[in-house]
Design a protein around this ligand. Structure first.
Ligand SMILES: [Fe+2]
Length: 338
């Protein structure tokens, strides 16, 4: 449905049938997630519940859009990756508390926003892709990435990309500003080339011999290995190593949900959120999206399981979000992307 149609239908609901919007059996989802990953999940939800899902997809600006739409916004919920984006929605004042005993119980505590502000739905880890040929070690810490022994050997995408921002924010939360700055300088000094491309290109550049290791998300390697024949050689040339913080675990990030402040179909939005934490949906996240399910009884996809046992770092994700601005400022200060 177009934005205008959504706005109109919400407006009609308000004018003609106040309070009856929820009875129409719809839910309006604003989404930062890739449509092809999301649609099978939403189709399965509609099949299970008869609730129609209208999606507005964008790669940026959805919080601002909800804000501009104000009290007439048709948005019921926002689906996004990255905890900082969940926090952005809260900071923009476009959300309301999610009251759901189901989510409260099903989602592990570290992956709740403060006071039901948001909930994580699925998880990914930021890990190391390493050359099978040139890198013998199969354990590494994030701290070690600044060790001069890796000089000229590391590839990474922009330090301001949200995936790296969250990792650097976690570093900042653990080690403070001075040590984080020093670490970022060390990491930058070890780069084989200017930060560029995405996580898949990091594997490509390792395969091409431009660098020995890179920093990337867990699901890209699995996608290249299992589903993307033209990129299979990049997966073949690399292995995935699960790094940890010294004395900690592996940095993880989330996909998650917030409830829109003026949600016209609030009950249906909560139904969808709860459904996304059902066993069926969590299996789909694991097997189609190669993410880590948050429902503990759901098995990992075998390709992801083969990386080894993930021990997620214990830092609450909400705490990481609080350090994102400081981390971004340090990335600029050290000229990380220059
Ligand atoms: Fe991604």
């Amino acid at each position: 449905m177009s934005h205008r149609a959504l706005a109109l239908s919400a407006l009609c609901a308000v004018l003609l049938a106040p309070g009856l919007a929820a009875a129409q059996g719809e839910v309006n989802v604003y989404s930062y997630r890739e449509q092809k990953l999301l649609q099978p999940l939403l189709d399965a939800f509609t099949k299970d519940t008869n609730i129609k899902v209208n999606v507005i997809s964008a790669s940026s600006g959805l919080e601002q859009r909800i804000k501009t739409e104000g009290a007439n916004s048709p948005a019921d919920m926002l689906l996004t990756v990255d905890v900082a984006r969940l926090q952005d929605a809260i900071d923009n004042g476009v959300t309301q508390k999610i009251e759901s005993p189901v989510l409260e119980k099903a989602v592990p505590k570290n992956y709740h926003g403060p006071d039901g502000a948001w909930y994580g739905i699925s998880m990914r880890a930021r890990v190391i892709y390493a050359s099978k040929e040139r890198v013998k070690q199969d354990a590494i810490t994030y701290e070690e990435l600044a060790d001069p022994k890796w000089k000229g050997k590391i590839c990474i995408r922009s330090g301001q990309h949200m995936y790296n921002n969250a990792l650097f924010a976690a570093y900042h939360a653990k080690h403070g500003p001075a040590k984080t700055e020093e670490w970022l300088k060390g990491l930058k000094a070890n780069l084989a080339q200017k930060p560029s491309g995405g996580d898949r290109e990091t594997a490509r550049d390792i395969a091409a011999g431009k660098c020995d290791i890179g920093i990337a998300n867990t699901y890209y390697w699995a996608l290249m290995n299992d589903k993307e024949a033209e990129r299979k050689p990049w997966a073949d040339a690399t292995k995935v190593v699960l790094p940890t913080f010294q004395g900690g675990g592996t940095h993880v990030n989330l996909s998650g949900v917030v409830l829109a402040k003026h949600a016209p179909n609030k009950a249906n939005a909560i139904k969808l959120m709860e459904w996304l934490m059902s066993e069926k949906a969590q299996h789909m996240y694991a097997d189609m999206n190669y993410e880590y399910p948050l429902l503990s009884e759901v098995k990992l996809n075998p390709t992801i399981a083969a990386y080894g046992t993930l021990k997620p770092d214990s830092l609450p994700l909400a705490e990481i979000a609080r350090h994102k601005k400081a981390a971004a400022a340090l990335v600029d200060k050290v000229g990380f992307d220059n």
